[in-house]
Every structure is written in structure tokens, then in C-alpha cells.
Design a protein around this ligand. Structure first.
Ligand SMILES: Cc1ncc(COP(=O)(O)O)c(C=O)c1O
Length: 407
């Protein structure tokens, strides 16, 4: 039997973590409550949260709109089976259609499940309308989730040899290289799929011109454009959807993370021309349940309020300016990203040490790569909270640099 790695000792009131499957190295902290940009652990320590469940709690922890939607729907109807319509499912699909310009939605329980759905829809479309084409061209370093097909579509180098054999049919090209996409297109190609900003890779954006040219190319070649908006959608970049910056509309998009405001909810959204599933091709016990979709409606209605998205743009600019100044002070590299999905280059591979020291000082922050820090706070984060985050990060970077100089 494989022995799990040595585990950290729990703090506070918890004796052991042994009943949980070991899937990552977690710090010995147990969170018990959260509000807005703050969380508290079982010892009473407070943390400023710039991870927000990996960009999931888009309105922060336990926003009133989310809590009210949860409590109201919990006493009304949870799940009437996906074989029947329910009210919130219809309302949320209408809201997504109104704000995206796409027409139809299939709700999922996670981002990866939305990606699976997108892959299936593109393959079905290829079978019906492109002589059995099934390949989907994806990007090096792209991230689309952890189910087997989503991992196969991802371009994460560390996954290359994992869980072999992969699902075939995902040729990879470099991001922002239109010529390489053109060269990869064959009569087997059904679609091109990418993230408007590669979040897990370290916040690297597809340029607006690349997205526009890709839209023109996919139309000319009669193949589909799939945009994975799981991280960039629902206001994260200052627009409802990341693709709006480039002024393009995909044939298919996937949503997740922010859509449920903290609850597991994703969506496969498509132009009506490509909605070609036959009955029985797609479904799932929990899909489109009234509970999660009611919360999705509450989230969408908050983001659609006048002034909400302009505020994200303005707060994003404030965070970007503050981070750039901090990076200059600590001889870091540049800033990447849009809106409230930002990353700084630390200039050295100190990301994991910075994350650990920041945690000790009460700041939750993420290092998607050893040299980068990623910030994805609540879209409701205040200037004061940004100032507090910068002050903790400043002290953290000073400490880490001093410790390294002494070593
Ligand atoms: C761009 C993108 N696609 C897909 C996923 C997978 O979503 P989930 O973790 O909800 O399955 C993620 C998660 O980080 C993501 O960032």
C-alpha cells in the first residue's frame, strides 16, 4: 500500500485529518466561517481572502443576495429531477442568454462537467455536420478541469504522462499563434477551444486580435469556437464575459466558478445553430436543480446591477496600480491579467514560500507558478481591503527576501 505523506498536525479543536483522502498538501488550518473578503479559522484567527475558493465566491463569502436565495429556495424546491422544468432553471438560462448573446444552456455541477459537455456537443456537431470530425484544437498550458477528457484537453505539462492513456483528439498549439492553429486544422477538426485568459497557467491572456482572427478563421473553416469562460466569466474581468473585450462571440462557452457564487454550478452555453444533442445524449441527476440555479439567478442579478461591472473595472485598476508599485519596490517583474484576475511576476521562484508566509500573516493568496502570484479577490473587494492586502504582502516579501539573503 502506498503511504501518504506526513500530514501536518491539526490546530484548534480537530484531532485528525485522516478520514480525508490525501489529494494535496493542505496547511493545518480549518476554516469555519466567512463574510465578504474575510474568513475565520477554528482558532479564531482572521484571514483576508484573495483566493475566494479559486475565484468562486464572486460576491465574497456569504453575500446577502446568495444567502437569501439559498434560504428562500431551500424551503421551496430543491430538485424535481432533470426530466422536468423548474422555475429558477428557466430564469437563469434566460439571464445567461440575455447577457451572452448565446441561446441555450445545459446546467452542470462543475466547470469540468461543462467542458465535458462542450466536448460532447462539438463531437456530436462534427458527426452530424462535418463528416465525423471530432478533434478539438486546444492550447499549450491551457486548463479545462480534472475529468479525464478535460485533462486530455488541457495543456498542463505536468499532466502529460498522468492517467494514460488520455482521451485522444486534442492537438495542442501555442496560445496567440494563429498560424499554428491554421496548420493544425484538418478534416478531422470540429472545434478550437481556449480560455480568454489562461488562469491556472499563471494568468496569460489570449490577445484581442488573436481572438478576433480565430473567430474569422473558425467561421471560414466551418469549425466551432469554444471559449472556456469558467474563470473569466461572470464579471471577473470587468465585463460579464471575457470574450466581450475582443468583441467576438463563440459558438459554445462554458461557465462555472462565479456562476454559483460559491455553490457548485456550471453551464454549457451554445448558439442555437449548434445545439444538436439528441434526447439521451446529455443529462445528469443534479443538473439544473432548482436550488443551485436559484442562487445562480441571484448572482447574475447582482452583477447586472448598474454600476457593478464599472466598479470591478475601477477596483481592478486600483489593485493593478498597487501591485505594480509593490512589484517595482521588490524588483519583481510585470503585471498580467484584466479586471480582478491579476498576477504578478515575482522575478524569482519564491511563490510557495510567499504563499506560506502570507498565510501565517493572515492573507490567502495563490501561486499558480513558482514565479507568479495570482489574485482573484471577491468582485466586491474594497480599496481598504486592497490596501491591507498590499501591506501584508509587502511585509511578507520583505521577510522572504531577508530570510533568503541570510541563508
Ligand atoms: C478555465 C477553467 N476551466 C475549467 C476548470 C474546471 O472547473 P471545476 O474545477 O469546477 O471542475 C477550471 C478550474 O479552475 C478553470 O479555471
Amino acid at each position: 500500500m502506498v503511504q501518504s505523506q506526513a500530514r501536518p498536525e491539526p490546530n484548534g479543536t480537530h484531532d485528525s485529518f485522516d478520514a480525508l483522502m490525501e489529494i494535496t498538501r493542505r496547511p493545518p488550518v480549518v476554516f469555519i466561517e466567512g463574510r465578504g473578503s474575510w474568513m475565520r479559522d477554528s482558532s479564531g484567527k482572521e484571514y483576508l481572502d484573495f483566493i475566494q475558493g479559486w475565484a468562486v465566491n464572486c460576491l465574497g463569502h456569504c453575500h446577502d443576495a446568495v444567502t437569501h436565495a439559498i434560504t428562500a429556495q431551500a424551503g421551496r424546491l430543491l430538485n424535481c429531477s432533470p426530466s422536468f422544468y423548474n422555475e429558477p432553471m428557466i430564469r437563469l438560462a434566460e439571464l445567461i442568454a440575455r447577457y451572452s448573446g448565446l441561446h441555450r444552456t445545459f446546467f452542470t455541477n462543475s466547470g469540468a462537467e461543462a467542458i465535458e459537455g462542450a466536448i460532447k456537443l462539438a463531437r456530436k456537431w462534427g458527426q452530424k455536420y462535418r463528416n465525423g470530425a471530432y478533434e478539438i484544437i486546444t492550447m499549450d498550458h491551457g486548463f479545462h478541469g480534472r475529468t479525464l477528457a478535460a485533462m486530455s484537453a488541457s495543456g498542463k505539462p505536468r499532466w502529460n504522462q498522468l492517467f494514460e492513456p488520455k482521451v485522444p483528439g486534442f492537438p495542442k498549439v501555442p496560445l496567440n499563434d494563429l498560424e499554428k492553429v491554421e496548420q493544425a486544422i484538418t478534416n478531422r477538426t470540429a472545434a478550437v477551444m481556449l480560455e480568454p485568459i489562461q488562469g491556472e497557467a499563471g494568468v496569460f491572456a489570449a490577445s484581442d486580435s488573436f481572438l478576433r482572427n480565430l473567430r474569422t478563421l473558425t467561421k471560414r473553416e466551418n469549425i466551432l469556437l469554444i471559449l472556456d469562460e469558467i474563470q473569466t466569466g461572470i464579471g471577473r474581468t470587468g465585463k460579464f464575459f471575457g470574450f466581450e473585450h475582443a468583441g467576438v462571440t463563440p459558438d459554445i462557452m462554458t461557465l462555472g466558478k462565479g456562476l454559483g457564487g460559491g455553490l457548485p454550478l456550471g453551464a454549457l452555453v451554445a448558439h442555437e445553430d449548434v445545439c444538436c444533442f439528441d434526447h439521451g445524449d446529455q443529462g445528469g441527476t443534479f443538473n439544473g436543480n432548482a436550488f443551485a440555479t436559484a442562487v445562480g439567478c441571484a448572482v447574475m442579478n447582482e452583477i447586472a446591477k448598474p454600476g457593478f461591472l464599472p466598479r470591478v473595472v475601477q477596483t481592478g485598476a486600483y489593485l493593478a496600480d498597487s501591485l505594480e508599485a509593490l512589484s517595482r519596490k521588490h524588483q519583481g517583474g510585470g503585471l498580467r491579467g484584466k479586471g480582478l484576475l491579476l498576477a504578478i511576476d515575482l522575478g524569482r521562484e519564491i511563490g510557495p514560500v510567499v504563499v506560506a508566509e502570507a498565510l501565517r500573516r493572515g492573507l490567502l493568496i495563490n501561486a499558480p507558478r513558482p514565479q507568479s502570484l495570482r489574485l482573484m479577490p471577491a468582485l466586491t473587494v474594497t480599496h481598504d481591503e486592497i490596501d491591507q492586502m498590499i501591506s501584508i504582502l509587502d511585509a511578507t516579501l520583505e521577510q522572504v527576501t531577508d530570510t533568503r539573503a541570510e541563508a
